[in-house]
Design a protein around this ligand. Structure first.
Ligand code: CU
Length: 119
C-alpha cells in the first residue's frame, strides 16, 4: 500500500471540509456528511418540491408510488438528464454538475415538478 498517497488524499479531504465549513457554516457541513438527499414521488408529487444544493451534489429520486411509473427529466441549456422509465420501487441518482436553477419534470405526469437551486 502506498501510505504517502493515502496521506495526501486524506489531507485534501480535510482541507475541502474545512473550506466548505468556513464558507457556508455548520448546517451545510452536516449536510455534506449525509450520503445524499432523497426525493419522494409519492402521489404524483415530488417531495420536497424545492431544494437547494451545492454544485456536485447528488439527489436520489425514489419512486415510492406503489403502482405508477414516473419518468424524471431535466431539459436545460446548462444540464439535461433523463431517468428513463422509473418503475415503482426504483431509485434514480442525479448529480448536478453546474450551478443554476433547474426544473425536474415528469414525462408522464405534467403537473409534477421539482425545483432545484444549485450554488
Ligand atoms: Cu410521474
Amino acid at each position: 500500500m502506498d501510505l504517502g498517497k493515502a496521506s495526501r488524499h486524506a489531507r485534501y479531504a480535510v482541507a475541502v471540509a474545512v473550506t466548505a465549513g468556513g464558507l457556508v457554516g455548520l448546517g451545510t457541513l452536516v449536510g455534506l456528511a449525509l450520503p445524499q438527499l432523497s426525493i419522494s414521488q409519492k402521489g404524483r408529487e415530488f417531495h420536497p418540491g424545492e431544494i437547494t444544493l451545492n454544485r456536485g451534489a447528488t439527489v436520489q429520486i425514489v419512486n415510492d408510488d406503489a403502482d405508477l411509473i414516473h419518468h424524471a427529466y431535466i431539459d436545460s441549456p446548462k444540464f439535461s438528464f433523463d431517468s428513463g422509465d422509473q418503475e415503482p420501487g426504483s431509485k434514480t441518482d442525479v448529480t448536478f454538475p453546474v450551478a443554476g436553477d433547474f426544473n425536474v419534470l415528469c414525462a408522464i405526469h405534467p403537473k409534477m415538478r421539482l425545483v432545484v437551486h444549485v450554488h
